[in-house]
Design a protein around this ligand. Structure first.
Ligand code: ATP
Ligand code: MG
Ligand code: MG
Length: 349
């Protein structure tokens, strides 16, 4: 890992920025900088150039993005078969680290918005999920944790041979498994229980985010939205009908922010395997009493209920579990089953 970073830094020193890329329009803004659609005068192609903010922390993390992405592209996916964005070039320009990527289309959040947040047809959910999973398998083999998987970081790839395709982008928060540095990672709705609770994390956190994305692609809205981490955690417990295993709660650093230790058995809070837990999640009143300064946000206008109900009755089909056509029901059951395996509280599973 450090060899790779050294290599990238040395490479940079030898690169002279020239007038190769001509900015056409802005494509997106992120935490790390801006992304511009550019004309590549050398290859006569459009490319997407991410211009990193010129502050040391952003520079360092972008060097990591370049290192990990070149490892993935060159060593683990040389033939561009695994739905990971291709990096074409990187250079310094006016003290900004710039990364040129192949030009891709809209991100999946934009796609969902175009669809009035009513979710995609199952066949697209299936295709996109398979492709994202393909990318995640490669990342796991490479020992890389993406750390920021969300619809905004998955882009439509018009060039993929199949009719509809996606690619995973934005390795800007990624790290190597076993060399995790940051504890505040992932975007809140897609943040895994172990990151929320402050427990050592692995590539399993990407699998959690992936589950959230698959569900969102189908229902059109985030599965675990919330204005705070507490809200997100209580949504998880409501929708999954259980809570993180006691082993995790006992060892995680932040458990006390969300849970109260209530002794060996608390019959009201069943864990996923049905056993009583030594912890119960704090009530909303208890949380508010603790954080009186917490801004009051209106109730989330989002679907509520258990996971299977959410899937059966969305997206806006006016179905109930009873009148759902057989073919749809089989698809929905399969999806619920798949999701159960992904949004699993126990990272070891
Ligand atoms: P974040 O806030 O998620 O960390 P970021 O600053 O790391 O964002 P990116 O996610 O890499 O930046 O890019 C920001 C946005 O720019 C993307 O969500 C996407 O809409 C657009 N974008 C990025 N790369 C490309 C590309 N190769 N082709 C087309 N659009 C792109
Ligand atoms: Mg991003
Ligand atoms: Mg990023």
């Amino acid at each position: 890992n450090s060899d790779l970073i050294l290599y990238v830094n040395l490479e940079l020193v030898n690169r002279k920025s020239n007038r190769r890329y001509v900015v056409q329009e802005m494509l997106g803004q992120g935490t790390f900088g801006q992304v511009a659609k550019c004309w590549d005068a050398e290859t006569n192609n459009y490319v997407a150039v991410k211009v990193i903010k010129n502050q040391p922390a952003f520079y360092q993390q972008a060097i990591m993005e370049v290192s990990l992405l070149s490892l993935l592209n060159e060593k683990f996916d040389p033939d561009d078969q695994h739905h990971i964005v291709r990096m074409l070039d990187f250079f310094l320009y006016h003290n900004h680290l710039c990364i040129a990527f192949e030009m891709l289309g809209n991100n999946l959040y934009e796609l969902l918005k175009r669809n009035n947040l009513r979710g995609l047809q199952m066949k697209y959910v299936r295709t996109f999920s398979r492709q994202i999973l393909d990318a995640l398998i490669v990342m796991k083999d490479a020992g890389i944790i993406h750390c920021d998987l969300k619809p905004e970081n998955i882009l439509i790839a018009p060039t993929v041979k199949t009719a509809a395709g996606v690619k995973v982008i934005d390795l800007g928060s990624a790290c190597m498994e076993g060399k995790t540095i940051y504890s505040y990672i992932q975007s809140r709705y897609y943040r895994s229980p172990e990151v929320l609770l402050g427990y050592p994390y692995t590539t399993a956190i990407d699998m959690w985010s992936f589950g959230c994305i698959v569900a969102e692609l189908f229902i059109g809205l985030p599965l675990f939205p919330g204005a705070s981490e507490y809200d997100v955690l209580s949504r998880m417990i409501e929708i999954l009908g259980g809570q993180p295993p006691d082993d995790l709660l006992r060892e995680a650093k932040n458990t006390g922010q969300f849970f109260k230790h209530v002794g060996s058995i608390y019959p009201g809070s069943e864990t996923r395997n049905g056993a009583g837990s030594a912890y119960r999640i704090l009530s909303e009143d208890e949380i508010e009493a603790r954080e009186s300064k917490r801004p009051k946000v209106g109730r989330w206008y989002f679907p509520r209920g258990r996971l299977d109900r959410l899937i059966f009755t969305y997206p806006w089909k006016n179905f109930t579990e009873e009148n759902l056509p057989d073919a749809e029901k089989a698809d929905c059951l399969a999806l619920v089953d798949f999701l159960r395996g992904l949004v699993e509280f126990d990272p070891n599973k």
